[in-house]
Design a protein around this ligand. Structure first.
Ligand code: UD1
Length: 424
């Protein structure tokens, strides 16, 4: 089998304009939410990335009609005739689990393969199951599948033990059609949850409290499709591009983002000494003088520093002055990129869930391996300034979540090549 390898020749300062795509992590639950409608939904500003195509295939296995054109998707759930999410698709993308809530709520049954763990951690679904059970569903695990049935869902109080984006979404997608009122305590406040709520409200759902940790959901009898909905921009892609611009001392205008979704990130960037200006829907990065300063971060649920920017931040800190302490509190195994960054001449030590990065003056190119989506982005960022050619193998991880990323970087003047290589 042949796989793509990315070759980056470091040293070019990024320059120009780049546009951020729509949010993958908002589009996926919104696609699942569209299953709840009586009529088709049309969703715009979707990113054309592999996870979106995987979700489309999954919806099609149920009998849903899906059409993708440019950056829009039309989803018609009116002829659903199958309620099984098979292992072959779920194993490719954990967000497949989001169909559990809508199926139980609308069709009173579901059979969804259990998603496994993945490189960044165990990724359990106990909170999803516990919440949907509270709404009245009977759920059993059979042969690796979550098998759910419900005569009727009833509103309930759900207290999430931990802030979970996934569990909040799944329970929400069930509670909107339950009889009576549900109250969610300690719900996720991530912008992707708020965007899903906005979509559900446009469908006719009655939800209060979006953007806060308490949600009140008054169940309705039915929901309609939405004729035109624009998904929010991808805050993680935006931050990745901004870090790439800062790292190379570039002069870049990053367009189509919502700066309010990245408040803590911008504070940290300022502390590090980066020069940038926040405009309405864009951020202009200017070259800074001298070396950046080391800045510590702790990943936390929104509005804290996002786990999905931890790896890219670490790449930035490799060339900062001093030691930065990076604490990962969301995923227990999200430091696989550390060994790869160390191959590029950095000294990063791991102590439990903390990485200590000792900044260096320059990075040297090396052969590295991408282990997951955000780790891939971190290695690319490092490669942009490393001396020589950095070869990043298993770059396919990146294509799950970054649209047209190689071309976006090329458009800014980066030297990026793709090579197809034989694997053993
Ligand atoms: C999380 C991130 C999200 C990020 C995504 C991919 C948070 C709050 N969420 O979302 O921003 O885009 O990873 O990196 O930062 N958990 C349980 N039981 C469950 C569900 C989750 O114990 O049933 C735990 C997880 O192990 C984890 C934490 O809760 O420690 C957050 O998980 P969750 O938010 O559900 O994960 P994602 O939805 O994947």
């Amino acid at each position: 089998m042949k796989l793509k390898t990315l070759i980056i020749t470091g040293g070019n300062k990024l320059k120009g304009k780049v546009t951020v795509s729509g949010s993958k992590n908002a589009t996926l639950p919104i696609m699942a939410a569209s299953l709840l409608g009586k009529t088709p939904s049309s969703i715009n500003n979707i990113p054309l990335v592999r996870d979106i195509y995987t979700m489309s295939s999954l919806l099609q296995t149920f009998g849903t009609k899906v059409k993708i054109k440019n950056h829009s998707i039309i989803i018609d759930p009116s002829e659903i005739n199958n309620y099984k999410a098979p292992y072959e698709i779920v194993r490719k993308m954990r967000a497949s689990i989001y169909v559990l809530g809508p199926f139980v709520a609308k069709y009173k049954r579901a059979k969804v393969s259990m998603p496994g763990g993945c490189a960044i951690g165990l990724r359990p679904i106990d909170l999803h199951i516990k919440g949907i059970k509270k709404l009245g569903a009977k759920i059993k695990m059979k042969h690796g599948y979550v098998v759910a049935e419900a005569k009727k869902l009833k509103g309930a109080k759900i207290v999430f033990d931990k802030v979970s984006l996934g569990a909040t979404i799944n329970c929400l997608l069930a509670a909107v059609l339950a009889e009576g009122t549900s109250v969610f305590i300690n719900a996720s406040k991530e912008p992707e949850v708020a965007d899903t709520i906005k979509f559900l409200k446009t469908m006719g759902a009655d939800i209060k409290g979006e953007g806060t940790s308490t949600l009140i959901i008054n169940g309705v009898r039915e929901l309609n499709g939405v004729s035109e909905y624009n998904v929010i921009p991808d805050r993680i892609e935006a931050a990745t591009l901004i870090i790439a611009a800062v790292m190379t001392k570039g002069n870049v205008l990053v367009e189509n983002l919502m700066p309010e979704h990245l408040t803590v990130f911008f504070e940290k960037l300022k502390e590090a000494g980066a020069k940038f200006k926040i405009l309405n829907n864009s951020v202009h990065v200017f070259p800074h003088k001298g070396q950046l300063q080391a800045v510590d971060i702790i990943t936390e649920p929104y509005p804290g520093f996002p786990t999905d920017i931890q790896a890219q931040w670490m790449a930035l800190m490799t060339i900062a002055k001093g030691n930065s302490v990076i604490k990962e509190t969301i995923w227990e195994n999200r430091f696989i990129h550390v060994l790869e960054l160390n191959r590029m001449g950095v000294d990063i030590k791991i102590e439990g869930n903390t990485a200590i990065v000792k900044g260096v003056n320059e990075l040297s190119a090396a052969d590295v391996m991408a282990s997951d989506l955000r780790a891939s982005a971190a290695l690319i960022i490092a490669g942009l300034i490393a001396k020589g050619d950095t070869y990043i193998r298993r770059i396919y991880h990146l294509e799950r979540g970054y649209e047209n990323f190689y071309n976006k970087l090329r458009g800014l003047g980066a030297k990026v090549k793709i090579k197809m290589e034989n694997t053993i």
